[in-house]
Design a protein around this ligand. Structure first.
Ligand code: ARG
Ligand code: ZN
Length: 878
């Protein structure tokens, strides 16, 4: 049953303090909770029932103000525990028994490789004890943990360690106290035999903070980069936002089984170890970048999430969109800002735009949900971050900082809403964000149609912008949005023309403008303009919209070479390539391919020869748009035509630019020992994209597989090793097998690296990929209980290999349905998250549509489906 945002009511009861006592045993853990509860409502009309949430709990006893309650004093059902008419203020003692070893959902308290750990967001705390498990109930927690001393020497929870002592029976006890009131979803507990890397950080006001990263024994050496990221993030948040850490201790624990990336529990962040462990042997440059982002993200939540949290789960983007924005800003300051922007836009287009265009589209602040875990989406996170970024574009960096300061000052210690955040931004700057706030309530990606024309006689340039937002489920009609559109005009030398709108004074003229697009159709007239050569729009991707702008190859090539905005240079190349690929895909369907516009290949060649470019940027600029992006732009997706068109363009580029590509490969070989910094990573990226072109153009040539195998063998770091192997897995033959076998033997004991081995095989373009994936389900390294394995093998195939997943015979869809049904009883959250590709059936031909819908229907017909999978499958079919 669905829950609606409009039905929100404040809680009837408050819980001021929580005293927890855990007696840890893997299969039978006892939890005692003492809750200090007061009525929050006006009791003139009598007491209201207290309804505590509970899930998969065995109730041992419950006592109110010390009096043990009998079965007639409360009601238990599968949603929780109800006490009909409690007094205005009382103490409730609850004892429950749980089975962490059997908790394969990984929500609540579970055991991962002999380590007890918790994941309570969003609604996992109710799987530990009965509670008002909602984010607007904030309490201070005292946690006592009792466990076997030898098996679980490390006992952790939120806040400060109050005491630790040994007790009889080989057990020991630790007591933790968290002085900051928090919602239950931020509670955490960890117990296990863990090693730790310890460091210190002194905050700008002089607080000395102990930093610890806990990992499996023997892996401490792989935590150095994460620790360095943490310290840089702590400093950055002080400098950029004036936000300082607030306790003497900050702990991170890395575990191998985790539903998501990581979790921001107060002072005890728990991580998927994928986002902590790194050294050059096991981690790629992308892994290092991911660690930097996620470590910073979880740390930044301390203010945007923990100190100020969400009133209800409809406000999830209040903390997630804002915190993604903050981690992006951090990574942009640590690395290349344009390259970071390009990568974020690639991912937005690959994951969020399709979501916004499909049956699961929802606003950044949703209106209803069945299962909140299904709403940890690209829309909430990434579009949410775009919304925050647009506010900064409108208010400027200083204005945005003023708004953040006011937000923190007003709401520290509170559970608030997206409206509260927007109000702080508006009030601090004296602006009206009323229309802008439609970004929170309207789903769908707005479409901007842009036309420009130059009036030679008047010396004026007119740009007309029409906006339209397509209908989405439950929202047939949309009101116009406030879209900040960054743009510029280039003269024949490629210089920005200074732009002044009709009616503005001369000193308003500036080389680039951010226009406020607010009406359904709007014309901007610039005066005193010399003849422009090219129009540049949505610079820096100032708004998450799709732009239609009729531009020829010559104009796009000019922008690729000259735009003052690096993002726009990249974007011009992407749009040029997209035009060519869409046209070629159509020609393939009609059986009559024509040559590619040589201007594109020439523009790529210029990039390869431009020594002034950052290698990381050049790598992005010469990489073609992904198959998914082209698919989004086709009326009816034809995965085979897209794949062939893209391969053909790769070959055309490689054939014309072979000498340049060879030179790039030779010139960017790593000179010394591996370092993970952005500059070195950029050189590797450029070299590996170039190598990819060379391999593509000679895929049939006998020497190609040998060359890739040699590159694989010569690699002294995981980035280069993976790059060579990724190309090799598309080429059938003994070299492919030799490299895969070598990789497996070399890294067989390293779970995270074996994930890469599984993923590569699932991503292969070879026709028998599904058979190989199916065989790998039986490999000892694979387990449905382990989310990282499931994502690596099954997720890479269903979401990362459109060519083979969308096989015309429907085998990919049947495989997907089978795996979903097998996984749902084990881990419904992960099963549901993997389901999205089946929901895109409307985009395909009738034959595939029927097979995709049949797969969804078969899932829905299963008895005892989880609400997680039910929600995604039923909405996908609607
Ligand atoms: N709040 C976490 C983060 O973004 C995500 C955890 C969500 N987990 C879940 N099971 N829904 O950093
Ligand atoms: Zn987050």
């Amino acid at each position: 049953t669905a829950i609606h945002r409009q039905d929100y009511t404040p809680p009837d009861y408050r819980i001021e303090t929580v005293d927890l006592e855990f007696d840890l045993e893997p299969s039978s853990t006892r939890v005692k909770a003492r809750l200090a509860i007061t009525a929050a409502h006006d009791r003139s009309g009598g007491a209201r029932p207290l309804v505590l949430h509970g899930d998969a709990l065995e109730l041992v006893s419950v006592a109110l103000d010390g009096r043990v309650l009998g079965a007639g004093d409360y009601r238990l059902d599968d949603k929780g525990l109800t006490i009909a008419a409690p007094p205005p203020a009382f103490t409730l003692d609850i004892e429950t028994r749980i089975d962490p070893a059997a908790n394969t959902q990984l929500s609540g308290l579970y055991v991962s490789s002999n380590v007890f750990c918790t994941q309570c967001e969003a609604e996992g705390f109710r799987r530990i004890t009965y509670f008002l498990d909602r984010p607007d109930v904030m309490a201070t927690y005292r946690t006592t943990i009792r466990a076997d001393r030898a098996a679980y020497p490390v006992l952790l929870s939120n806040g400060n360690l109050v005491e630790q002592r040994q007790v009889e029976g080989g057990r020991h006890v630790a007591v933790w106290h968290d002085p900051f009131p928090k919602p239950s979803y931020l509670f955490a507990l960890v117990a296990g035999d863990l090693a730790c890397n310890e460091d210190r950080f002194t905050t700008r006001s002089g607080r000395d903070v102990t930093l610890r990263i806990f990992v499996e024994h023997g892996k401490q050496a792989r935590t150095g980069y994460a620790m360095d990221c943490l310290k840089r993030a702590m400093r950055w948040d002080e400098e950029r936002f004036g936000l300082e850490y607030d306790l003497d201790l900050f702990n991170i624990v890395a575990v191998s089984d985790f539903n998501m990336g990581a979790m921001e529990n107060k002072s005890l962040n728990v991580f998927n170890d994928k986002y902590i462990l790194a050294d050059p042997e096991i981690a790629t440059d992308a892994d290092y970048a991911g660690i930097e982002t996620v470590v910073a993200h979880e740390y930044f939540h301390n203010w945007t999430g923990d100190r100020i949290t969400c009133r209800d789960w409809f406000q999830l983007s209040l903390k997630e969109g804002l915190t993604v924005f903050r981690d992006r800003e951090f990574s942009s300051d640590m690395r290349s800002r344009p390259v970071k922007r390009i990568q974020d836009v690639r991912s937005l287009r690959a994951r969020q735009f399709p979501e916004d265009a499909g049956p699961l589209a929802h606003p950044v602040r949703p209106d209803s949900y069945i299962e909140i875990n299904n709403f940890y989406t690209a829309t909430i996170y990434d579009k949410g971050a775009e919304v925050i970024g647009m506010m900064q574009a409108i208010l400027g960096q200083d204005g945005f900082r003023k708004g953040m300061d006011l937000y923190v000052q007003r709401h520290d210690g509170q559970a608030v809403t997206c409206d509260d955040f927007a109000a702080a931004m508006a009030d601090a700057n004296g602006v009206d964000l009323g229309q802008f706030k439609r970004w929170y309530s309207q789903a769908g990606t707005p479409e901007l149609a842009i036309e420009g024309s130059y009036d030679t006689r008047a010396g004026a340039y007119e740009m007309t912008v029409t906006q339209r937002c397509p209908p989405t489920p439950g929202q047939p009609d949309k009101a116009p949005m406030h879209i900040p559109l960054a743009m510029g005009l280039l003269d024949a030398q490629g210089q920005d023309i200074r732009l002044r709108l009709d009616g503005e004074t001369a000193d308003a003229a500036a080389p680039g403008r951010v226009l406020a697009v607010t009406a359904p159709r709007q014309t901007f007239r610039f005066v005193n303009v010399p003849q422009p050569k090219a129009l540049s729009v949505n610079r820096g991707f100032s708004a998450p919209v799709n732009v239609t702008l009729a531009q020829g190859g010559a104009e796009r090539a000019f922008l690729m070479a000259h735009d003052s905005d690096a993002f726009a240079r990249w974007e011009a190349g992407q749009q040029f390539a997209t035009d060519l690929l869409l046209r070629r895909a159509g020609e393939i369907q009609r059986g009559a391919p024509t040559p590619f516009d040589p201007a594109f290949v020439e523009a790529v060649g210029q990039i390869l020869r431009d020594e002034s470019l950052e290698p990381a940027f050049a790598a992005e600029a010469i990489a073609l748009p992904g198959e998914d992006y082209i698919a989004e732009r086709m009326d009816i997706v034809d995965v085979e035509a897209i794949h062939s068109a893209r391969e053909a363009l790769r070959q055309a580029i490689a054939t014309s630019l072979r000498a340049d590509l060879e030179r790039i490969v030779a010139a960017n070989a790593s000179p010394g020992p591996y370092t993970p910094d952005a500059a070195a990573a950029g050189r590797r990226a450029l070299r590996n994209v170039a190598l990819g072109y060379l391999a593509a153009s000679a895929a049939e040539a006998p020497g190609t597989a040998d060359r890739l195998l040699a590159a694989y063998r010569a690699a002294d770091n995981m980035t280069d090793r993976m790059a060579a192997l990724r190309l090799l897995v598309d080429l059938d033959g003994p070299q492919r097998q030799a490299a895969l076998d070598d990789f497996h033997d070399r890294f067989r004991d390293d779970a995270l690296v074996i994930d890469k081995w599984l993923a590569l095989q699932a991503l292969s373009a070879l026709p028998d990929t599904l058979a190989r994936v199916t065989a790998l389900l039986g490999h000892p390294a694979f387990a449905l209980e382990k989310p990282n394995k499931v994502r690596a093998l099954i997720g890479s195939f269903t979401a990362g290999n459109p060519l083979r997943y969308h096989a015309a015979d429907g085998s990919g869809y049947a495989f997907h349905a089978d795996r979903t049904l097998a996984l749902d009883p084990i881990n419904p959250q992960v099963a549901a998250r993997l389901l999205a590709p089946l929901g895109r059936w409307q985009r395909f031909d009738a034959g595939r549509q029927a097979k995709m819908k049949a797969a969804l229907a078969r899932i829905l017909a299963a008895p005892k489906l989880s609400p997680d999978v039910y929600e995604i499958a039923s909405k996908s079919l609607a």
